[in-house]
Design a protein around this ligand. Sequence first.
Ligand code: IVH
Length: 695
Amino acid sequence: MKNPQARHKKLIDLINEYDYLYYGLDQPIVSDYEYDQLYKELEKLENEHPELITPESPTQRVPGHAQEKFEKGEHRLAMLSLQNSFSPEDILAFDERVKKNLNTASDVQYFCEPKLDGLAVELVYENGLLVNALTRGDGHIGEIILANIKTLKSLPLKLHGSKPPPLFEVRGEVLMFKSDFVRLNEAQEEAGQQYFANPRNAAAGSIRQLDPRVTAQRSLRMFCYAPGSIDGIKVKAQKEFLLLLNKLGLPTVGVTSEKDFAKFKSDAKSNLKKGQMPALGYVCDNAAGAVEYYHFINEVRHQLPFDIDGTVVKVNSFDLQTELGTVARSPRWATAAKFKPEQAETQVEDIIVQVGRTGALTPVAIMTPVKVGGVTVANATLHNQDEIDRKDVRVGDWVVIQRAGDVIPEVVSVNLKKRSKHSEPFVMPNRCPACNHPVVRPEGEAVTRCVNSLCPAVIKETLKHFVSRRAMNIDKLGDKIVEQLNDVGLVKNFSDIYKLRFEQLIDLERMGEKSANNLLESIQASKQTTLARFIFSLGIRHVGEQTARILAGHFGSIDRLAHTSIEELTEVEDVGPVVAGSIYQAFQDADLLKEIQDLCKLGVEFEAPSQTAKQDQTLEGLSIVVTGTLPEDRNQIKDLIIKHGGKSPGSVSKNTHYVLAGENAGSKLDKAQELSVPVIDWETFQDMLKGKPAP
Ligand code: IVH
């Protein structure tokens, strides 16, 4: 190569630009393949010329090893906190104080933003390069979390623009989107690992990981909103500051150019409806505007992709901010107007202990039903003994509840004033409530587990998982019937399901002729499945849908998977040692191997991706996103696409070839139109499956 240095710079610029478009703006312009090729070329070049490696190279995002503890660092400028108020009238009182301190009777211009519910972090850029990142700590000294922050691909390692300021410190909030939070908790549960109570805790837990490799796997975001110490650029107001941040490639909640509030409101609403985030920063000319803003944001808060807990009102002009100064530890130029949390108080009638598919014992509070945020809530998981101890929830207590990340009911606190003198702390049983087998709680783990493989509760949950929609999809076999069939001894293992006869079913309580026939039909229909679904159905610990799909693709048959070695398993993409060990262990069990044999004998058939004849690969290389109501179950359609050689990701991007849209398709359809991705209907899709060329 003639000029490796020039090529190195070019590669860095390209990859950083693609990262920004993909992670920062959600607008990818190249295919994953092209991106990977560039990345590999960069790695190779840096291997051959290590002297070329610079701090802004995307390879420097790759996390190193775990640390023992966080080093501490000092903030050049103290990180202040905000005065909190809980009612919009307080915004008016704040405005009065501002005017009094400025000695003016005229209206003051305010900048309004949502109050993000994450954790405050400061980024330090020197000569445009990200050189440090600190938590807020006590406001003066925080923890250095640079290695973790570097894994957030939406943050630039180097500021955009050709003339970076010598020093640019910016503060913002690290948070997790609600959808990522729900997904993370599902995965944590699948892996038998600690649960997070809400997106804020998940974000805080992820950014304060001593092992940056863990942080790298969590979908964290950051929105920047305030300057720290800055040298070399002058900015005159908060609005200009946020616009500058965007120019430098730093993510913000956006600034609307709209002056008219009604217009801002209707634009924002229509964006939210389409599933897009509206620009949320808004300038208003007086305090009344800030109050309007507060009410509007409160109205739409649940539609935002992340949790917020109020609005922040800031004097827009930086000169006026300086004039107002700070008092104690908060600025006089800003206030936080918090939303009243959507909480409710109710009584704990009982605490029951459920046994899950992995044998994990979960205490659940059964409460007098109460409405929170428009939904009736009657029970809430208390997670484990540590959580119960921390909150000291007891039977009979009055508790405050809310919905974490807008979905999961959560006990916030106990109202001790109403506690009965006779109440007693709750202690997890030392025997399994289902089989009376002694339970275990390994040192350092939060989860108490029943390890009896014959525990009826574990068996019932395993059977429920086997028949569930995303597994074998026996839709007429609901949880209640599984329990009933297991209780009467008709279904003790997977293969028993396929031996059920009409005469046996009709004898069951609450079972009519018609439902018995429907049930048998749906059992029959489930026999044709895919290898990926079958692997997922077995309920092997750590094997979720995604891993099952990868395993099916790699091994191509259940026999090969069942008789593989740990070494080969570890070589499979995305399969680490823990997952490999779990899979290997599962197939050491002779009962499971016999079950698989029996299922095959009873007519369960699965088509492996590699067994599909080449001429059936009619969708080879195509990425088709499925949305809306279609004649078949969406998951089955996705399987069909994969079976025919295609891919079916969950969201639309520039790399999507087609969007298959049914009735009532929503934001994905809009996104397709926005990105000019062709939209096809069910009939066209059927034709494509048969091999007709795509439109
Ligand atoms: S400005 C001088 N803007 O609220 C205050 N803070 O109680 C500078 N926060 O520690 C902060 N959203 O973690 C600002 N749009 C926003 C915010 C915000 C959330 C948090 C931040 C800060 C706390 C202050």
